[in-house]
Design a protein around this ligand. Structure first.
Ligand code: ADP
Ligand code: MG
Length: 328
């Protein structure tokens, strides 16, 4: 972790730590190195709690909830996890079921539940196994939640992996606010970012990765308080017999999505941005505009597998503005 001696002119300090299976980078512009260090420590500690407690397949709270739901038993949920479940139910409905934490058991069947599982995966599951699993499982829409207790009439498993980094970023926003830090950029693995304030006189910028290469496709300035989320088919996955299988599943087919190479969403709320980028991967070009509108997203970019770009009108304007008029 970087630090600077106290000085009157604030300088940007850089901090990083591993979490969520990737590298978290934080840039902070603040006069007080003491509170900067304390805020980073708090964020790191919270991210480690989040990755443990909100992980569907480990030994944290969500895994314990899943163990009960798998046996058809009701599960009580802590006051910390409850708002995530409520939000997930809302976003599932608003996305027309494309953001679906109920893909949980399928994620495990496809061996996308951990980096270790992906590394040892050698083939996609046979269609018959996917069908059998879907027949056994309850739907996320059948989940009942009164704010404390979850129950489902058929066995179910909940995977919040498509949303939890956004939730963690919203928590980081509150932590920075409590420390009085007004200017910072938090970046989880280059795919989930939150901008607080500005980088001095300029906005915080992020780079959008070309899903089919290692270059930066274009740059985007984040407004103060704005979040970005990118989902892509190049993340966690494997290639067998020339076909790519990756970790975002289409709940309608039980198989990895095919319509999008990557999707980037900007929103005032990091949790919404995260869930929306996952939902739009499933939506694909055909339903890009409809699902963006349904989720209240005004700035989104979809890169199709062909390399074709789809943008909402606001995203088109911002990409042009932030890249000297050169659209990607
Ligand atoms: P990343 O985790 O790479 O940032 P996403 O935010 O798009 O990417 O989340 C992908 C994760 O969400 C998957 O690893 C899986 O756990 C879960 N997931 C997969 N498909 C869906 C889906 N259709 N709806 C909700 N969550 C999903
Ligand atoms: Mg997501």
């Amino acid at each position: 972790m970087g630090s600077l001696a106290a000085c009157d002119n604030p300088a940007v300090t850089h901090h990083s730590f591993p979490a969520f299976g990737t590298n978290v980078r934080i840039e902070i512009l603040d006069r007080d190195p003491g509170r900067t260090a304390a805020a980073v420590r708090d964020i790191e500690s919270h991210f480690h709690t989040a990755e443990r407690e909100w992980y569907a397949f480990g030994s944290g709270e969500l895994a314990r909830v899943n163990a009960r739901l798998a046996k058809g038993q009701p599960a009580t949920v802590s006051a910390t996890l409850a708002p995530l479940i409520t939000r997930a139910i809302e976003l599932h409905a608003r996305s027309g079921g494309l953001f679906d934490p109920g893909v949980c058991a399928l994620v495990r069947l496809w061996q996308f539940d951990s980096e270790t599982a992906v590394a040892t995966a050698n083939r996609p599951p046979p269609d018959a196994e996917i069908l059998a699993l879907r027949a056994r499982q309850g739907n996320f829409a059948d989940l009942r939640f009164d704010g404390h207790t979850l129950s489902a009439s058929r066995p179910l498993c909940i995977d919040l992996g498509g949303m939890a980094k956004g939730t963690a970023l919203e928590r980081a926003r509150r932590i920075l606010d409590q420390f009085g830090i007004r200017n910072a950029l938090i970046d989880i693995g280059g795919s989930s970012q939150l901008a607080i304030g500005q980088k001095g006189k300029r906005a915080w910028f992020i780079g959008l990765r070309d899903p089919r290469g290692n270059r930066v496709l274009s740059r985007l300035a984040l407004a103060a308080g704005e979040a970005a989320s990118t989902s892509g088919d190049y993340e966690r996955g494997y290639t067998r017999d020339g076909r790519r299988y990756h970790h975002i599943l289409d709940p309608r087919t039980g198989a990895p999505t095919t319509g999008s190479a990557s999707v980037t969403v900007l929103a005032g709320d990091a949790e919404l941005a995260d869930a929306a980028s996952t939902a739009l991967m499933v939506a694909g070009p055909a339903r890009f505009h409809e699902v963006s509108a349904a989720l209240g997203i005004s700035a989104a970019l979809l890169v199709a597998p062909t390399g074709e770009l789809l943008t909402t009108p606001e995203m088109a304007i911002r990409l042009g503005r932030d890249n000297n008029g050169r659209n990607p």
